[in-house]
Every structure is written in structure tokens, then in C-alpha cells.
Design a protein around this ligand. Sequence first.
Ligand SMILES: [Zn+2]
Ligand SMILES: [Zn+2]
Length: 245
Amino acid sequence: MREQPDVDGIIYRMSDSSPILDAATLGLIHITIPVGMLHCNCSIIGDPQTREALVLDPGDEVGRILDLLGRHKLTVKVIVSTHAHIDHVGGLSKLHQYTGAPVLMHRDDLPLYQAMDVQAAFLGVAPPELTSIEHLLREGDALRWGSFEAKVIHTPGHTPGSVCLYLPQDGGSIVLPAPQLFAGDTLFAGSIGRTDLWGGSLDAIMSSLRNKLMHLPDETIVHPGHGPATTIGHERQLNPFLAKA
Ligand SMILES: [Zn+2]
Ligand SMILES: [Zn+2]
């Protein structure tokens, strides 16, 4: 018995300093921090036992990310980018240099990643350093770290190589109270990703949503690439883009 919950099972949302104990995500360490000027949600998903972590979308502010990893005594095993927009990939190289962890993204977003100077000019910022991608993700790939096993779901539409990570309830040796979906910019609370940028396709994103994400259980907690968390059930009912005609 302990009086105060320690870091195990506490998730941090939207701020490094205000821990929120969320019963729905007990069993994993999940820290989300919005980074950079576009407030990309960078997620740290850690195993409370082995202290191994996956870092998703380190778009910027790698110093802050490293500080959180250190504070929670987490070792980064793998770095994943949900897609190659600058706000999601800006810190890949730096985080790789500091941690040595491999960087993964989908092959279909490599042209976007390699055109970082174009994306940077579009936003009027300096282009971030690029890193080598050690593994190209594919639909159905299993990512393992700590006791977790997440499944890669290829969800083209926002970009050709957009992926979501799905952590089923029994994904690994820790049973979670609910499945977790890390949705990148494919699905947001009340909205979906824009499709008017390079490689975007409204048909493709609707197909990804209807034929893949909407097949997940209602209780799945969705962690979008921007903004607040939601659930598949909530979006199925209330997201105007998913409402049945
Ligand atoms: Zn994006
Ligand atoms: Zn984004």
C-alpha cells in the first residue's frame, strides 16, 4: 500500500507539471506534451516495470522530451513518426542522436520527409536536421518495447504514409483497462486530418477511417496528433465527418 500514487500509471496531459491520474490508462506511463509552434502532441509511452519507452512524434523541443524521459527514468527503445509533416518530425534527428534509438516511419512519407526544406519554407522556419530511417513501417507491423506490443495501421489520406499505432487491451503482458489508439493527424476529437496538403486525399482518409479505425472497439481511447483525447465510440457517434448520411 502506498499513500501517494507514484509515477507508475500516472499520465501527464497537456503540461509537464500537472499530473492527471487517469484510471483508464493505468498500467502504462503515458505522457503527452504539445511541442513546437503547431502544438504537435508528442507521446511518451512507457512500461512502468521495465522503464522502456516508445516516443511518438517528437516534433520539436527535444530538451523537454529528454527531461521528461530522465525524470521518469525511461529508456527510449524506439522512435516513431505517424507521418512526415514538419511539426511531427522536427526532433527525430536530435532525439535519435541523444538516445541511439531507431527511427521508424512509413515508406510512403519518405518523399515528404526528404522535402523538409520545402515544408520549412512554407512555415518560414529553418529546416530541421534529417536522420536516417532505420525501419520502414508497413500495415500490420508489430512494435515491441517493454511488455507492450503495438500494431501499425496504415491510414493514408492526411499524407500517403500516415500511420496509427494501436495498443490492444492485452497488447503484451500488461492488460490495459482500454485499448489505445495513437492517431497522428488522421482522427481528431470532432474532426479529421486535412487533405489539401501534398499527397493528401479525402477519399483515402475516409476509407482509412471507415474501413480501419471505425472497426476498432468503441472503448478505444484515441490520442490524436493535436488537441484532446477522445474515444472511437464518441467519434463514431458525434464526429460530423463520420456521421452516416
Ligand atoms: Zn500533419
Ligand atoms: Zn500535425
